[in-house]
Design a protein around this ligand. Sequence first.
Ligand SMILES: NC(=O)c1ccc[n+]([C@@H]2O[C@H](COP(=O)([O-])OP(=O)(O)OC[C@H]3O[C@@H](n4cnc5c(N)ncnc54)[C@H](OP(=O)(O)O)[C@@H]3O)[C@@H](O)[C@H]2O)c1
Length: 332
Amino acid sequence: MRYRKLGSSDLEVSEISLGSWLTYSGGVEADATRACTEAAFDAGINFFDTANVYGRGAAETAWGEILSAHPRDSYILATKVCGQMSDDPADRGLSPAHIAQQIDASLTRLRTDYVDLYQAHRFDPSVPIEDTVEAFQKVVEQGKARYLGFSEWTPEQIQAAVDIGGPDLFVSSQPQYSLLWQAPEAEVFGLCSGNGISQIVWSPLAQGILTGKYKPGQPVPEGSRFASDTMAAAKDLVYSDEILAAVQRLVPIAEQAGMSMPTLALAWVLRRSEVASAITGASRPEQVHSNAAASGVELSADLLAAVDQALGDVPVTEPTLAPMAQAGVKHR
Ligand SMILES: NC(=O)c1ccc[n+]([C@@H]2O[C@H](COP(=O)([O-])OP(=O)(O)OC[C@H]3O[C@@H](n4cnc5c(N)ncnc54)[C@H](OP(=O)(O)O)[C@@H]3O)[C@@H](O)[C@H]2O)c1
């Protein structure tokens, strides 16, 4: 496993990291959660990403139990705040009161005194950006988080935060980024790298689609993520015969290069130096090992050109799937 510096921080994160959305908050049984997490340590993964809202606390609780058996300085722990935590519509967002309450709740569930990275899961356009920035700064001053990040912020929102907090306030940006979702390259990558902010990218395998296991016109494989009823809404957004056919055109390219499809997809996001880590999910320990193998794999210019040609018009480059991120910025 190779490691990359996270923005202007002193953290060295593994190129492949493990996330706990869906999989460790109900989707995957406790034994598999433990097996995948331990497989990550075995594979040299030192970076773990969760959020208060995953399973409304359940994912943090599961990792609190598993990770606390490891020395605290042997892993880099990231969590997030913003998502809806209860049926109370006010129990969400980035107000100073909500951030102050949620960091304490996350630390309790994670069984630790601090997280390495505390991220805004989304932007909250109902709260003045100055108030949000001050609330995050306070979390760091109190020693409850070492560094700060954000997820799915627009260039306008990122610039507003940098203008207030300075270039070193945030060290990471967490956008969706994969062979099928290339939109952040256009503006977010450059703006962030000019301000000491790395990308840590989510769903780099497009939720498993880029492994090639879903075939156009064929039933969804049993036991896979898109076989689950709870994923019906997400499936409608990302799963079509056109996309699955394009992914199948990548299979011979990966084979000819002597690499697996997960390796091709993960090495593709890691080809960009702006990306510090690819945050993968896994429902089985074998997947963790297979994904970790992508670290350090270089893709030739010829291979990259063949991939572009095979995908054709399929990659989404406009942020149409992230409507929440389109709201503006409120000031005091
Ligand atoms: N900031 C945000 O808004 C946001 C949003 C989403 C996710 N995230 C973060 O990103 C993390 C990763 O997201 P993701 O789980 O969607 O990532 P992903 O790596 O694109 O997809 C992971 C899923 O693909 C399948 N898979 C993984 N490796 C495989 C392999 N080698 N062979 C076959 N199938 C494989 C598994 O599902 P099955 O085995 O069940 O098919 C696995 O759960 C999350 O846990 C979370 O930490 C953040």
